[in-house]
Write a protein that binds this ligand. Structure first.
Ligand SMILES: [Zn+2]
Length: 108
């Protein structure tokens, strides 16, 4: 079994960073909006941007958690669809990916 300690550490660091950032976004979203209607509109736009950002990051958090589970299970680096090994270069670029390049391009 390959040693994924380095990958796991990198994923855990990324996870911590993302968790920090999303909790900041949530804190901002809970702030009461400005009373002035114009400011409120701008505020609302910003919130939409922040919510979109939050979604992407929450998804990445899910994927990183799943990747950490796969490392624990010894299934890391195997494609979740076809079971083939995921190319090393692809894992370096996308350490939390669960699909090989062929299945990923078919899924798109
Ligand atoms: Zn595959």
């Amino acid at each position: 079994m390959a040693d994924h300690d380095k990958t796991r550490r990198a994923l855990e660091q990324r996870l911590a960073l993302l968790s920090q950032r999303t909790s900041r976004i949530e804190a901002h979203l809970r702030e009461p909006g400005a009373r002035d209607s114009e400011e409120l509109a701008v505020e609302r736009q910003n919130d939409e941007v922040l919510e979109g950002l939050g979604d992407a990051e929450l998804q990445e958090i899910d994927e990183i958690r799943a990747a950490l589970t796969r490392i624990g299970d010894g299934a890391y680096g195997e494609c979740a669809t076809c079971g083939e090994s995921i190319a090393e270069g692809r894992l370096e670029a996308l350490p939390y990916t669960s699909l090989c390049i062929d299945c990923a391009s078919q899924a798109e």
